[in-house]
Design a protein around this ligand. Sequence first.
Ligand code: IMP
Length: 436
Amino acid sequence: MANLAIVGTQWGDEGKGKIVDLLCEHFDVVARYQGGHNAGHTVKIGERQFVMHLIPSGILHPGKFCVIGNGVVIDPEYLLNEMAQLESLGISFNGRLLISNRAHLILPYHRAVEKAAEEALGDRKIGTTFRGIGPCYEDKAARVGIRVCDLFYPEVLHEKVFANVKTKNTLLAALYHAEPLDAASIYDSLQAVADKLQPYVADTAMWLDQAMKAGKRLLFEGAQAIHLDLDHGTYPFVTSSSAGSGGALTGTGVAPTRLHGVIGVAKAYATRVGGGPFPTEVKDAAGEELRRRGYEYGASTGRPRRCGWFDVPAVRYARAILGADALAITKIDVLDVFKEIPVCVGYRYKNSDLKEMPAETYVLAEAQPVYKNFPGWQKSTVGITALESMPQAAQDYLKVLSEMTEAEIAMVSTGPERNQTIVKEGSSILKLIKKK
Ligand code: IMP
């Protein structure tokens, strides 16, 4: 009875939503474990396109349970809006969504502090999604956060909201000369959302334990990716949560012994949104072509994504840290038109070779990618469902990625639809998933 995590190996937006959606049928519960509505999972089913920001994409599958774990940060008004939108599309939450009582709440002061702090950073800004994610996790670590369970204790909630608003207003005025926030209106709006959220709130760690005891299988849906991970990413240009497979455990309360496999998702090229080093970024016409063909615009903010070539050291690092022995390669069809496809196999920094990603982000920022060029296939791969039907050069390209990253390629996505996917029969991860 295998439990599995689906995690990003680059800088997010690898197409994890599609892989989760595809594998959902083999699982009973889909759990989000970190991040918040900074994430954006686009799932296309027939003519309908869904962009989910906070609710696990498993909700689109009737009969599957979804959990928002303790490691997620929740903007309560945003969550209720997303639920209402999905309900208007005919998606039912009845008995299918549980929200951890230990998850932290994103409140208006988090967004205000983030906006002021980002503006103050000028050229050094992180380029966040302005959703209040970082400041909410800051409060969590500072032990002043407000959690979902607090919503149901008006006196506790009142005390915490007023104390926090006082501190934030002092900070906003002293450091950023920004306008103060009104504690009473924040408290009132929280009281208004509390009743609506209550039916969904539970001790999800205990619920998951019982579910596993009853033989239910769990799929952990990662948001962002390892290179945006607070510990392992390109710090400080990262998000503020544990986006790796370790986060799946701390962010849900599921023990390490109960995670049996990890699929790392990697685009056949690379993209990044926001600031920070991105050695294989291509700023010329080829980059523009990748953006146009891959429709590379942020699902949460609409910002154009920075585009570049596949970075082997980045994905190899991800494979190691995530324990992702199997990769799902997405958007291979975006490369269909290129005559030659460069792959970054290492970096050059001040006359020396770097084989692995350096911890020093400022070194990575100056490192030059060392490329090996591979022939393109210049034929459409859209919708191909068998590896043998791929043009030979595309098969060779995938083989190179597999060898260099030291990971098995278990799936290849050849278009946005569920059925536009190559699934490598007999791959060890699929055997694991199908194991009863
Ligand atoms: P934050 O998560 O809003 O604090 O943003 C921190 C960094 O992570 C910024 O560079 C964002 O662009 C990036 N980021 C956050 N969420 C996503 C995502 O879902 N996809 C890609 N980049 C993201």
